[in-house]
Design a protein around this ligand. Structure first.
Ligand code: ATP
Length: 203
């Protein structure tokens, strides 16, 4: 169970709070959807849940313990622009193997072509690179996935295919997923329990 307790966040000591007393839980196998207007702190919350940013108050716990400070994190964050999350100087094969050795079934499920392994990230499309980032995030230590506008740049058919593959993995492995999206129809389609972040408050 991932739990965020009473999270406050501001970008500077004198600045306004971006997140104000935000609490949530995501249980194994659960699909939690977070929506909200632009600029209300959804990506900031994703970064805090993934351990990339420290809140000014509150805490994030996995099964009652703080997230590990080193090693491959059990909470993996997938951002909208996968190119910001990979080393541009590494070939795809090395990127995929960063946290684990993906099995053939997973590579096939997400349509990773064998010849991509020898290419650099800029030699894939944005959607293809996103699939590489997804597979990289699905290592055996992963317990929670945070998908921040993960399929926003995909067309409707590839978005549906990708979510279908993702939900199969989540159900089979009882992972929790937090799907952050502007797209209410998408959150309904993946049968998410939906919370709304507005003016720093999550309800
Ligand atoms: N590095 C930063 N330094 C200062 N302010 C920032 C920084 N990153 C984001 N912000 C501000 O924090 C607030 C929340 O941004 P965030 O990206 O979390 O919103 P969001 O809900 O994800 O928006 P969107 O739906 O448009 O992606 C915004 O006012 C933004 O300008």
């Amino acid at each position: 169970m991932l739990e965020a307790r009473s999270i406050d966040f501001a970008w500077s000591a004198s600045g306004p709070k971006v997140l104000d007393d935000v609490s949530l839980t995501a249980a194994p196998g659960e699909v939690l959807g977070i929506r909200g207007p632009s600029g209300t702190g959804k990506t900031t919350l994703a970064r805090i849940l993934g351990g990339f940013l420290r809140p000014i108050r509150g805490e994030v716990r996995l099964d009652g313990a703080p997230l590990p400070a080193t090693g491959v994190s059990p909470v993996q964050v997938l951002f909208q622009h996968a190119e910001t999350a990979v080393n541009p100087r590494w070939k795809v094969g090395r990127i995929l193997a960063e946290g684990w050795r993906p099995d053939d079934a997973t590579l096939q499920r997400f349509g990773i072509e064998p010849d991509w392994h020898g290419r650099y990230p800029h030699e894939l499309s944005g959607g293809e690179l996103q699939r590489v980032a997804i597979v990289r995030a699905l290592g055996p230590a992963t317990r929670v996935l945070i998908a921040d506008e993960m399929t926003a740049m995909h067309d409707a058919i590839s978005q549906a295919r990708l979510w279908h593959a993702m939900l199969e993995v989540i159900r089979a492995r009882k992972l929790a997923i937090i799907a952050i999206s502007h797209d209410a129809a998408l959150l309904h389609a993946i049968d998410a329990r939906i919370m709304t972040l507005n003016k720093g408050c999550l309800k």
